[in-house]
Design a protein around this ligand. Structure first.
Ligand code: SAM
Length: 286
């Protein structure tokens, strides 16, 4: 069956100043993602399909919907549509090298002595490539320390990303950065309808616990005393006060001596924080 109504195409429709202001304000309130004044085209490209799906005639109607009572689910859709989830396995590999060459060698004997597990958190984990890279790196490193227990927390504001990450299914070209020997060790090749895909093996998936976390929610459902928090390539979307707040909140979840790692292009310069700067993108709680 086909709809007899003419097809509405919002791609070229301009967003009124009012609707744009409402969207910018609500996105900021919900996620602290700061949309600049030049993102109308990006918004109309990404939102047209959503408006059609909702049967709305204009962005003004969408603004009214967003402002209405009980629109929090729609707000989630909106943030999903406008946020950038780009990620990849072994992204910014220096950080993983730093983890195995500088963080883990002194930390692991300390944890072994007191019988404490290693806790690592990927705090804007998108579709899972970052936490699974961490899981591979830790599993490999800890092969010679089998008594050490470890757990990775992974979280994102987007439920869609969390679901995708939990499934742990990736196209073969996506896992290209994973060295062949590790691909064989930690992934299963898809067959039949999964041909061309592969899946993170169950044993490794179990090491990563996913949860939806907005970095600006009051409390995080994550254990305190994390030894390392990766929060990479998300600060860039926040304004300075929001970065400051996020770093302050994340620091409260770090163990003394724990590390916060942000993206290469996201120095914490210009914001107040109580962490020591160790090297580009790496900070340590005193
Ligand atoms: C570009 S991805 C970064 C993924 C990964 N950390 C990396 O570096 O490859 C940014 C992620 O931040 C998430 N995000 C945006 N605002 C957020 C917020 N307020 N709280 C938690 N996650 C957020 C987005 O949903 C997106 O998946």
């Amino acid at each position: 069956m086909f709809d007899s109504q003419p097809i509405k195409d919002f791609r070229d429709a301009t967003i009124s100043a009012d609707a744009y202001r409402i969207i910018v304000e609500l996105v900021y309130e919900h996620s602290r993602i700061k949309l600049g004044n030049d993102k109308q085209t990006l918004l109309s490209n990404r939102l047209g399909k959503r408006l059609r799906h909702l049967g709305l005639n204009s962005y003004d109607e969408y603004g009214v919907l967003l402002r209405s009572h009980g629109a929090s689910e729609e707000l989630e859709h909106l943030v999903d549509l406008i946020s950038t989830n780009h990620t990849r396995f072994y992204r910014e590999p220096d950080h993983f090298t730093f983890l195995t060459s500088r963080i883990l060698p002194p930390l692991i004997p300390q944890l072994a002595e007191v019988g404490e597990p290693l806790r690592v958190w990927s705090a804007a984990s998108s579709s899972g490539e970052e936490p699974y890279t961490l899981a591979i790196v830790l599993a490999e490193y800890l092969r010679i320390h089998p008594s050490i227990k470890w757990q990775i927390e992974a979280s994102d504001i987007s439920n869609k990303m969390i679901d995708q990450a939990r499934r742990g299914i990736y196209r073969m070209d996506v896992v290209e950065p994973v060295p062949q020997v590790l691909l064989e060790r930690y992934f299963q090749k898809g067959v039949g309808e999964q041909h061309g895909n592969c899946r993170v093996r169950e044993e490794l998936r179990q090491k990563v616990r996913y949860d939806r976390v907005n970095l600006f929610q009051p409390e995080y459902p994550v254990a305190r005393k994390q030894h390392v928090i990766f929060c990479r390539n998300v600060m860039i979307y926040f304004d300075i006060p929001s970065r400051e707040l996020a770093v302050k909140k994340l620091s409260q979840y770090l163990a003394p001596g724990g590390y916060l790692i942000v993206g290469h292009s996201e120095s914490l310069m210009g914001i107040k924080h109580g962490l020591e700067s160790v090297r580009q993108g790496v900070y340590r709680k005193p």
